[in-house]
Design a protein around this ligand. Structure first.
Ligand code: PLP
Length: 362
């Protein structure tokens, strides 16, 4: 097999050794004679597996005791409803920051439950787009919480600084930059991250929720979707996504073994820089119109001068073993996603390709 580098935005690349370990566990998990898929979720072995995963995640992100960690079935999009259902309490309003594709999805769903105030919006700031800094957010006194998308996977925008507000719980969708850099957990009321970008197989979401926010759920919230019920049952009210939990645990251990969050952050930062440097030096051949202060380190989006050149780029880059570089169907163009599993060699091959293509066609 030739080495392929998967630059897809999600499901994202996973480290080859984890794929190997997981594939062996499908046949025989830890010499038990049973597949991981057959592991009983009420067994001590599974309880231990989940406790280890949680402990590793707690260490990686220095998550304090008054925050609960949940491993929930359902994608990140399920949180678009679970957040308002659980956090509105008696309030009828919530603040949302609108910066792109995924925040708009979250807003659309939240509007089913509450009056949504757009407390800040990204601005096509000629010639570059910027996100509204937390200092610029206009929070409303009646909002139950403020929600923002820490990394806009489709648009390639990222908040590089976590907001610091005492008066209102901050909720964030970290699906595409979870575990990519350190975060100050105590600035947040709730963090959620769908697994398929940086944690493992699709269909599971990690939720980190502060203890005092558990008692506000709307009475009609289904039991499975109540954070408090899930906390009480350690994410095991019903059969949890066992395989997803298993792979997430492997990923947390892998990140630790790589040197932890800071090692990941350094690698991701320097790899993203290399690609942006080629874009910026290409004199408009590769075009990214986002301000450097909010360019994503996880998803690098750019356009070429014509759609025809973009098609040619995608064909040639694939032939070079670099796959899934097409932009999101709503945006077109090119998107290179650099999740934790992307090795520096993959990025170096892409950088070399970008230079060659520019030389040929620029
Ligand atoms: C991928 C993604 C989602 C959607 O995840 P699903 O698991 O498909 O629901 C939500 N938010 C962000 C930021 C994403 O990148």
């Amino acid at each position: 097999m030739t080495t392929l580098y998967n630059f897809g935005a999600g499901p994202g690349m996973l480290p080859p050794q984890i794929l190997q370990q997981a594939s062996m566990a499908l046949v025989d998990w830890q010499g038990s004679g049973l597949s991981i898929l057959e592991l009983n979720h009420r067994s001590d072995a599974f309880r231990q597996l989940l406790a280890d995963a949680e402990q590793n995640l707690r260490e990686l992100l220095t998550i304090p005791k008054h925050y609960h960690i949940l491993f929930l079935a359902g994608g990140a999009s399920a949180q678009f409803a679970m957040v308002p259902l659980n956090l509105l309490g008696q309030q009828l309003e919530a603040d949302y920051i609108q910066t792109g594709y995924w925040s708009k999805q979250a807003i659309r769903e939240a509007r089913r439950y509450a009056k949504i105030n757009i407390a800040g919006e990204s601005r096509p700031h000629e010639p570059m787009t910027v996100v509204p800094t937390p200092q610029e957010w206009i929070l409303s006194p009646n909002a139950a919480y403020v929600h923002y998308t820490a990394n806009e996977t489709v648009d390639g925008l990222e908040f590089h600084q976590a907001p610091l507000f005492e008066q209102i719980p901050v909720v964030t969708d970290m699906t595409s930059n979870f575990l990519s850099a350190a975060v100050d957990i105590e600035r947040f009321g709730l963090i959620y991250a769908g697994a398929q970008k940086n944690i493992g197989p699709a269909g599971m979401t990690v939720v980190i929720v502060r203890d005092d926010l558990l008692t506000r759920a709307h009475p009609l919230t289904p039991t499975l979707y109540r954070y408090q019920s899930q906390v009480e049952q350690h994410s095991c009210i019903n059969t949890p996504p066992i395989f997803n939990c298993y792979v997430a645990g492997l990923m947390f251990a892998w990140v630790k073994a790589q040197g932890g969050i800071n090692a990941m952050a350094q690698k991701n930062e320097s790899n993203a820089k290399k690609i942006y440097a080629v874009i910026d030096a290409s004199q408009g051949f590769y075009r990214n119109t986002l301000h450097p202060s909010c360019r994503s380190r996880s998803n690098i989006v750019f356009h070429l001068p014509t759609a025809h050149l973009e098609q040619e780029f995608l064909i040639q880059v694939k032939a070079a073993g670099l796959v899934n570089l097409a932009g999101h169907r709503s945006h077109g163009g090119i998107r290179a996603s650099l999740y934790n599993a992307m090795p520096t060699t993959g990025v170096d091959v892409l950088v070399q390709f970008l230079r060659q293509f520019l030389q040929q066609k620029g």
